[in-house]
Design a protein around this ligand. Structure first.
Ligand code: MD3
Ligand code: FE
Length: 201
């Protein structure tokens, strides 16, 4: 396992063993049955290319009418399923402070999916880190600073990598430029899942 520090982003390559990854994929099947993936729509009315769902007290949702927000319910009206312990274990290993995440956002990237540069600022307290877990196909992750246009650096994230965004990196711009579709065999039909754990309240 190697650790890279890029602009305050702490990147733990190969943090999860193949066994850990398989256990998480198994747990995710149950989550997805209770809370199916959906495609969020931006406030301007554009469907995002990534598909999403969540687990925990809150999930992140967006639609044209109400915009970006955390909501205690899936768009179907059902409460979100609990965050599986196999996923919470990763939080415990990397975050010292005594609080659990309120949300595990689950992003699914199919062939050609990307995520434009953005900041995550719908949470109430930016002193909590955001923790990201990559599963499946490799993705090119772009990291900037707290302002748009300040220059960026990119790294390839692969299955089992964990990234901790705390301190100065918490409000940094970031995005996913592209996927190497089919580069991993974790998901039989290809694609990438990114989990992000967040404290929301
Ligand atoms: C930096 N997801 O869900 S994870 C997102 O791979 C998101 O799906 C990307 O950006 C993905 O919002 C990147 C890395 C990440 C996640 C959250 C962050 C970086 C972050 C929050 C604050 C700063
Ligand atoms: Fe983000």
């Amino acid at each position: 396992m190697t650790r890279l520090d890029v602009r305050g982003f702490r990147i733990f390559k190969d943090d999860l063993s193949p066994k850990d990854q398989a256990a998480i994929v198994d747990a995710l099947r149950h989550v997805l049955r209770a809370a199916p993936l959906f495609r969020p729509v931006t406030p301007s009315g554009k469907p995002m290319s990534v598909r999403m769902t969540s687990a925990g007290k809150y999930g992140w949702v967006s639609d044209k009418k109400n915009g970006y927000r955390y909501d205690p319910q899936h768009p179907s009206g059902a409460p979100w399923p609990e965050i599986p312990n196999s996923i919470l274990d990763i939080w415990h290993r990397h975050v010292e402070r005594e609080r659990l995440p309120d949300c595990c956002l689950i992003n699914y990237y199919g062939e050609g999916t990307r995520m434009g540069l953005h900041q995550d600022k719908d949470e109430a307290d930016f002193s909590w880190p955001v923790l990201s877990v990559s599963l499946g196909d490799d993705a090119l992750f772009r990291m900037g600073g707290p302002a748009r246009g300040g220059g960026t650096e990119s790294v390839w994230l692969s299955s089992g990598d964990v990234v901790v965004m705390g301190g100065d990196a918490r409000l940094a711009y970031h995005g996913i430029d592209r996927l190497r579709f089919g580069s991993s065999r974790l998901f039989p039909k290809g694609g990438r899942v990114n989990l992000t754990m967040r404290v929301v309240d």
